[in-house]
Design a protein around this ligand. Structure first.
Ligand SMILES: *[C@@H]1O[C@H](CO)[C@@H](O)[C@H](O)[C@H]1NC(C)=O
Ligand SMILES: *[C@@H]1O[C@H](CO)[C@@H](O)[C@H](O)[C@H]1NC(C)=O
Ligand SMILES: *[C@@H]1O[C@H](CO)[C@@H](O)[C@H](O)[C@H]1NC(C)=O
Ligand SMILES: *[C@@H]1O[C@H](CO)[C@@H](O)[C@H](O)[C@H]1NC(C)=O
Ligand SMILES: *[C@@H]1O[C@H](CO)[C@@H](O)[C@H](O)[C@H]1NC(C)=O
Ligand SMILES: *[C@@H]1O[C@H](CO)[C@@H](O)[C@H](O)[C@H]1NC(C)=O
Ligand SMILES: *[C@@H]1O[C@H](CO)[C@@H](O)[C@H](O)[C@H]1NC(C)=O
Ligand SMILES: *[C@@H]1O[C@H](CO)[C@@H](O)[C@H](O)[C@H]1NC(C)=O
Ligand SMILES: *[C@@H]1O[C@H](CO)[C@@H](O)[C@H](O)[C@H]1NC(C)=O
Ligand SMILES: *[C@@H]1O[C@H](CO)[C@@H](O)[C@H](O)[C@H]1NC(C)=O
Ligand SMILES: *[C@@H]1O[C@H](CO)[C@@H](O)[C@H](O)[C@H]1NC(C)=O
Ligand SMILES: *[C@@H]1O[C@H](CO)[C@@H](O)[C@H](O)[C@H]1NC(C)=O
Length: 613
């Protein structure tokens, strides 16, 4: 119409006025031309679709339905369907081209006669996060040939993925992930999955040449992957966790020009090797956890400058970390746990400034931790448990002030715990089992006021019960077993009102167990075995207590005390072996423990009974 560049400023008002006139004209005429408005058949199909499902809100263990609402509820027959929630039309023709009914409370089977398949102009369809009641994917999806995006994830679909789906050759994004369905049958849990036969997968890969995203997590593939997957040159994201994959992974997929994310986790029978990565690879996420990948940790990893997440946990990779690992400048998540990757940490490791998650547990990493690790200021998870790192416990760990999780348990570190650990004020979980010999429990740990779990077992601590502990009221898990703790359990322990697990067995604790311990409303596991404790009469209404596991072996008690214990009616495990009991124990005393799976009465002087039911 006009070219703005050539226009003089003096004409500008005139130009704007004519535009306004044009706009108002087009608005008044829009009713008659019915542009933007949905065609009657489109509206009818949508309303029919609404009829096919029950509207039901449900929440699930994983809470992935958070933020959901019934989008179709607002659909009104007398209004323009193009304005309905979740519906988008082609403005030229008034046909529905996008339909997003994800997380919308759809409940009931998705049938092959569904009016969904009459919406022939659909290009994007998202039905994720609904409950299609374990129906299968109708082959009629193959008729929606204009689809570029199809998302049916987490919708309780199962059965064979129809061959017809591979006719959707315009698909750019296909997500059929996490359609598992648990059920209890014949005394056992079973689960149903979507199945994708190898020939159907081949057809799919051959036809969907524009695919950028392919997400099939939890789909039962149970075969090897076709080499032709590596022909999908537009692929950016491939997610195949929990697919029962077999055979060897086609390595060329790692080298696809646009690939950004590969998730093959939890396919224990999938073998493979990491390739020599091309320089400037676009890869951002690589998850190989619990696969049968093997070979040496590659030297060419350093070309993965965009890599954020590297999870090689529980693979058969071996070798040492190359110095050039420092080139992984974007890395923020590194998990090498349960691998055979070993050797010393290269000093250059400290250049990984973005790192916030580091798991080297259950590896053969050895030697001292380089001081420069103290520079990894973003680190909030550090797990070195059961590695062979050695030397004095590094005081620079106390500089990692963002840490929320720290475990040095079962390492070869030794010596006093540096007081810098008292600076780790954000810690919620601290595990220092089996490395602090013959010391007192370091009281500066009382500074860690956010702790939820503290594990200091097998350390030979020779001291009283650390009373400062009872000030950390966030604590839920305390593990202090196999030490030399002496004297009484202080009654201040009753302040720990969130306590769920208390493990104090195999110490030298004496005197009466404070009965306040039995009133903590969240306590489910209490292991006090192998001390010289006296069990008090517990007079509350114990049947409301959540106590599941109780270990009191080698404690002293009398018959009425025993009866008060049997009032914890939810008990599943009760260990009373070698108790010093005044009085008789009748087996029918235990009959009201309906949930009991294990009862240990071995070594009880009056009755010599150990039984399981
Ligand atoms: C256009 O339609 C709207 C309702 O959809 C109505 O309120 C309005 O009066 C109509 N305008 C004309 C010019 O018909
Ligand atoms: C959906 O159900 C859950 C659990 O029954 C409930 O907590 C939640 O508030 C409900 N959501 C809505 C929006 O009604
Ligand atoms: C639901 O999601 C919102 C926003 O993501 C989050 O703040 C909230 O905690 C979640 N609710 C539950 C119950 O997880
Ligand atoms: C669609 O199929 C289902 C199941 O086969 C059936 O119950 C239902 O009546 C059919 N609906 C229509 C409109 O034919
Ligand atoms: C989904 O529907 C099935 C069958 O109707 C039902 O057994 C299951 O509990 C539902 N799942 C959820 C999370 O509501
Ligand atoms: C599918 O939809 C779900 C829920 O909206 C979303 O979380 C997921 O990212 C979608 N998948 C793809 C590949 O976009
Ligand atoms: C591939 O798609 C075309 C239509 O686009 C179809 O005719 C053909 O049958 C499809 N191939 C397979 C193997 O599904
Ligand atoms: C996966 O598919 C294989 C082959 O069809 C079958 O033997 C196996 O039971 C399936 N597994 C599950 C969990 O559905
Ligand atoms: C995949 O690409 C290879 C060459 O890399 C070619 O030989 C093969 O025919 C292609 N396969 C398909 C199914 O297109
Ligand atoms: C404990 O915390 C206090 C105050 O937050 C601080 O002054 C002190 O240095 C900390 N002690 C240790 C051993 O970190
Ligand atoms: C526990 O906290 C109280 C204040 O809430 C304080 O007076 C007391 O000294 C603390 N006890 C220990 C052992 O740190
Ligand atoms: C056991 O609980 C019952 C109520 O459930 C109560 O009457 C009885 O006194 C309790 N016995 C002991 C020994 O605490």
């Amino acid at each position: 119409m006009f070219s703005m560049g050539k226009m003089n400023h003096q004409y500008l008002p005139l130009f704007l006025a004519s535009c306004l006139f044009f706009i108002s004209l087009s608005q008044t005429s829009s009713n008659t031309s019915s542009q933007h408005h949905c065609l009657p058949d489109q509206s009818a199909h949508l309303l029919q679709l609404r009829q096919e499902f029950v509207e039901r809100n449900y929440s699930d263990y994983y809470d992935y339905h958070n933020g959901s609402y019934p989008k179709m509820k607002s659909w009104k027959a007398d209004s323009d369907c193009c304005s309905w929630d979740g519906v988008t039309c082609d403005t030229q023709h008034g046909v529905v081209i996008y339909l997003d009914l994800s997380n919308s409370w759809l409940y009931g089977p998705l049938n092959s006669n569904s009016s969904l398949f009459s919406l022939r102009h659909l290009r994007k369809l998202n039905l994720a996060l609904n409950n299609f009641s374990s129906s299968s994917i109708p082959s009629e999806f193959g008729q929606l040939v204009r689809l570029t995006h199809l998302n049916l994830s987490r919708s309780f679909l199962h059965g064979r993925i129809p061959l017809e789906l591979s006719g959707l050759s315009n698909l750019v994004s296909l997500d059929l992930s996490f359609n598992y369905f648990n059920y209890f049958f014949g005394g056992d849990y079973h689960y149903k999955l979507l199945d994708l036969r190898r020939i159907d997968l081949e057809a799919l890969v051959q036809n969907m040449t524009y695919l950028r995203e392919l997400h099939l997590d939890d789909v039962n593939i149970s075969s090897s992957l076709p080499q032709s997957l590596a022909n999908l040159s537009s692929l950016t994201s491939l997610s195949l966790s929990f697919c029962y994959l077999q055979g060897k992974f086609p390595s060329d997929i790692f080298l696809l020009p646009k690939i950004q994310a590969i998730d093959l986790a939890y396919n224990p029978e999938l073998a493979g090797f990491l390739p020599k990565f091309r320089s400037r690879s676009s890869l951002k996420e690589l998850h190989l956890r619990e696969t049968n990948f093997s070979g040496e940790f590659p030297n060419s990893m350093d070309s993965l400058g965009s890599l954020n997440v590297l999870d090689l946990s529980e693979t058969n990779l071996f070798g040492e970390l190359p110095n050039l690992i420092s080139n992984l400048k974007s890395l923020n998540y590194l998990d090498l746990s349960y691998t055979k990757i070993s050797g010393e940490m290269p000093n250059s490791f400290s250049n990984l400034k973005s790192l916030n998650y580091l798991d080297l547990s259950n590896t053969n990493f050895s030697g001292a931790l380089p001081n420069s690790i103290g520079n990894l200021k973003s680190l909030n998870y550090l797990n070195l448990e059961s590695s062979n790192f050695s030397g004095a416990i590094p005081s620079f760990i106390g500089n990692l002030s963002q840490l929320t999780y720290l475990s040095l348990s079962y390492t070869n570190f030794h010596g006093q715990l540096p007081s810098t650990f008292g600076n780790l004020a954000k810690l919620t979980l601290l595990r220092l089992d089996n490395i602090l010999y013959n010391q007192k429990v370091p009281s500066f740990l009382g500074n860690l006021t956010q702790l939820v779990g503290l594990s200091l077992s097998e350390n030979n601590f020779d001291c009283g019960f650390p009373i400062w502990l009872t000030n950390i009221t966030t604590l839920r898990f305390i593990s202090f077993y196999s030490n030399q703790l002496k004297g009484p359990i202080p009654s201040e322990i009753g302040r720990l009102s969130n306590l769920s697990v208390l493990e104090l067995f195999n110490n030298s604790l004496t005197e009466a167990i404070p009965s306040v311990l039995f009133t903590i409303p969240s306590l489910s596991t209490l292991w006090l075995d192998q001390n010289q404790l006296i069990v008090p009469l517990i007079i509350q209404n114990n049947s409301l207590s959540p106590l599941l596991d109780l270990g009191l072996s080698e404690s002293k008690m009398n018959e009425s005390v025993l009866r008060s214990i049997v009032n914890f009616t939810k008990l599943q495990v009760l260990s009373l072996s070698s108790i010093n009991l005044k009085g008789k124990v009748e087996l029918n005393t235990f009959f009201k423990l309906k949930e009991l799976q294990m009862l240990d009465l071995s070594g009880v002087t009056d009755k010599d009974k150990s039984q399981t039911r």
